[in-house]
Design a protein around this ligand. Structure first.
Ligand code: PMV
Length: 296
């Protein structure tokens, strides 16, 4: 029996969510958590069967089709340690892992660019009009500079960087709603102000890139980015209060991904040279968090 397992890492946006949609560069990094798709051949099947209830089932179905596996006798299992819809690239990682697994089953090799293009097709179903930063982060791994439609450049970080990702709650809004309605509408109604925030996020992203490549200080830059996202209006009250508490302890804090305002705001990145204080605060107040490392 043929059995193929593919693991694809999730991603975290170090900087550039939303501004990347308007042509600014983004910095995205693969993380040490991800999604695994396992294919098992079962010749009694006439088409793929996807096992286990998972939010990503529809997406995996689309990915199987896109990869040319719509009529294959496969049993497909999905395992993921990425929370869905919280800004860690769960849909891109699941899509990319499925595509790679089907292509491997078919005995076909694909270039990274072709893999990226196919994953983009799947992302369009989940996100409407994605910039491509999620597929770039999960496929290229490491630290990547991404410019929509123009550039995917792997970069080297001088140091391994560890941080916490706190779950502020799954957003009620989809990425598409946050991009098209929340920020998109604001761009139409208050164009000057919104454009200034977007440009400033672009500036911080460039400074962060320089700092990460040289092993410099990133804490204040993370905070600058976090505050700009708050000004942009993509962070909810609960997440803002938590961010302020953690900043008082000396941490650099920003949400990652599209954010959310009605309920949770997805994952929040917390960086400090020593995270002991932040860890004990989060434990004491029953916040769920995970430890993440990039740059390995
Ligand atoms: O899918 P998320 O929540 O990681 O957000 C992706 C980043 C956005 O800039 C908000 C959207 C996009 O397509 O770039």
């Amino acid at each position: 029996m043929k059995r193929i397992g593919v693991f694809v890492p999730g991603k975290v946006l170090i900087s550039g969510e939303h501004s990347v949609v308007y042509g600014e560069r983004a910095l995205v990094a693969g993380i040490d958590k991800g999604a695994r798709v396992v294919l098992e051949e079962d010749l009694s099947l006439s088409k793929p069967e996807i096992l286990a209830k998972h939010d990503g089932m529809g997406l995996v179905k689309k990915a199987v089709k896109v990869a040319g596996g719509g009529a294959l006798p496969l049993r497909i299992r999905i395992e993921s340690d990425l929370p869905v819809g919280s800004g860690l690239g769960s849909s891109a990682a699941l899509g990319a892992a499925t595509i790679k697994a089907v292509k491997t089953y078919l005995g076909e090799t694909i270039t990274q660019q072709a893999w990226f293009d196919l994953t983009m097709e799947v992302e369009r179903v989940a996100h409407g009009n994605p910039s491509g930063v999620d597929p770039a982060g999960v496929i290229y791994g490491g630290l990547v500079r991404f410019v929509k439609g123009k550039e995917i450049t792997p970069l080297k970080t001088k140091k391994v960087i560890s941080f916490l990702l706190v779950q502020t709650g799954k957003p009620k809004e989809s990425t598409k709603e946050m991009v098209v309605e929340v920020v998109g509408n604001q761009m139409r109604e208050k164009e000057k102000m919104t454009n200034t925030i977007i440009k400033n996020i672009g500036k911080v992203t460039r400074k962060l890139e320089t700092a990460m490549r040289a092993g410099g200080e990133i804490r204040e830059l993370i905070n600058e980015n976090g505050r700009l996202l708050e000004q942009l209006g993509v962070v909810g009250t609960k997440a803002k209060i938590l961010a302020d508490e953690l900043r008082k302890m000396g941490a650099g804090v920003k949400i990652v991904g599209a954010g959310g305002i009605r309920k949770g705001s997805g994952m929040m990145l917390v960086y400090d040279s020593n995270l002991d204080l932040e860890r004990s605060y989060l434990k004491q107040h029953n916040w769920n968090y995970m430890e993440v490392t990039i740059g390995q």
